[in-house]
Design a protein around this ligand. Sequence first.
Ligand SMILES: Nc1ncnc2c1ncn2[C@@H]1O[C@H](COP(=O)(O)OP(=O)(O)O)[C@@H](O)[C@H]1O
Ligand SMILES: [Mg+2]
Length: 302
Amino acid sequence: MEEDPIIKKVKEIYGPVIKSVPKIRSPDLMIKYLKERYKLIVKPYIVYLTIAAFMNNRPVLYEGPPGTGKTEIGEAILSLWAGRTAFVLPCSESYDEYRVIGDFHPAMAMAKGFNEESFIPRPLLAALILDTGVLIDEIRRSNEGFQNLLLDIIDKRRIIVPELRKTYYQYSDGFQIIMTSNPLDIAQNELSDAFMRRIIRIEFRYPTPEEEYEIIMLRLGDLSQYLTDGIISRAIKIVGELRRKAIYKPGTADLVSWLTITAILAKTRNKSKADIHDLLDAGRSVLLKDPEDENIVEELLG
Ligand SMILES: Nc1ncnc2c1ncn2[C@@H]1O[C@H](COP(=O)(O)OP(=O)(O)O)[C@@H](O)[C@H]1O
Ligand SMILES: [Mg+2]
């Protein structure tokens, strides 16, 4: 039988960007791979719940403050689960089926009609066809129509392309979905009850100081030689205070970036270890993102 032209097109367009990775189904092994291969320290409950949801073919929602690794962890878990790199879709208000399922090349559709030839498959359809995961980032930034469309696809595990009178089905279990969201972000859309009922919600929290220390060591690699334990603990403590008091709450991502810049500053200033000046210079740039936080950042750094 001849291959469906859309499946063929998806393989041509998206095949080269999808890479093979080890396919892992055991949660403990996944935790080990997340650390060694992706430099991610992931709390076991996150991995266990996500895998349980996938085994039940249910979509997952990661909710929590910014910079806690939701996007990177989600992408890594989806990839390891499927044994292939996942797609990441960053949501915006204008997202609709044409952006994620497929649309038609305007000139070609004019000339040849709305058919397979003029159809351009987009990532959600590609993921279903290639049997790999999809990370839908910042789902609350999308509109209700888009969320309903997703629900329908997730529930029935198939995508209909009405213009082509075609339906594509999930054929194995690599096609799984993780969404991320930060419920405290301003100007975000509510997720409907129907939506919340269907998803497995997993809450992300800030890591403990010990976990953050481990993450810093893992992420900085060779650069960590420029940092003393004293400098690192000071940074972890200040970040903790800012999460309680400031408007811009630094995540682990900010902490890693602060200490990375600190170490590079020390290196370029020909010092063997970063001192407090390097820490403060980097800190002002990385931590002060909201003008209203100026006093509190200065007080904590000073
Ligand atoms: N658990 C973690 N393990 C390793 N790095 C982490 C972790 N959490 C956050 N990070 C840091 O934050 C970055 C990823 O943050 P990101 O996935 O964008 O967070 P979010 O999506 O929650 O805003 C990583 O590049 C790393 O520097
Ligand atoms: Mg994110």
